[in-house]
Design a binder for this molecule. Structure first.
Ligand SMILES: Cc1cc2nc3c(=O)[nH]c(=O)nc-3n(C[C@H](O)[C@H](O)[C@H](O)COP(=O)(O)O)c2cc1C
Length: 151
């Protein structure tokens, strides 16, 4: 773990190399194993591969072009009402966001452990991301996590 933490950096340049499906599955499995308030897993993860969509996300992320260069972008969304059913306002406003962010943290570390690189992208226009992905209104996008091989 110590080595892994030391290896993790925000990487914003990626090779034009695909991420293996097996590695993607491992990353998602680890993200889905992350703890959540009351084990309600008040978060959903979208996997974006299509270049056009990645480009649109990069635009929505205030033109952070590297978002489109990475072959995969994971979009971590909170599901506030899922947590609110049990925890009311605290679930809606806090736990669901924490559920999403801890899953993103686990995914990032697992990606690094598999020799990949990523960067947490929190600066984006939420409504644009919602529109681009056609998100249901129950989902709130919290983190974009572009993943690829570091250049
Ligand atoms: C909540 C949050 C939002 C962030 N948003 C962005 C972002 O929009 N774009 C970006 O390039 N980096 C973003 N970062 C990455 C930070 O800039 C980075 O983690 C920090 O500079 C430390 O560098 P390191 O990750 O290499 O240790 C974000 C990090 C966090 C935790």
């Amino acid at each position: 773990m110590h080595e892994l933490f030391q290896k993790r950096h925000s990487i914003r340049r990626y090779k034009d190399v695909a991420v293996e499906e097996k590695k993607l599955k491992e990353i998602l499995a680890v993200a889905n194993s992350a703890p959540s308030a009351g084990n309600l897993k008040a978060r959903e993860i979208l996997v974006v591969k299509r270049k056009k969509i990645r480009e649109m996300l990069a635009q929505a992320a205030l033109r952070q072009d590297f978002v489109a260069v990475a072959p995969i972008v994971l979009v971590f969304c909170a599901v506030p009402e899922r947590s609110a059913k049990e925890y009311k306002q605290r679930g809606r406003e806090l736990y669901a966001l924490q559920d999403a962010t801890i899953a993103a943290s686990f995914a990032w570390l697992q990606a690094v452990d598999l020799g990949l690189a990523a960067c947490w992208v929190g600066a984006f226009k939420e409504n644009e991301v919602r529109q681009i992905l056609g998100l249901d209104k129950s989902l709130r996008p919290i983190v974009l996590l572009p993943i690829g091989y570091a250049k």
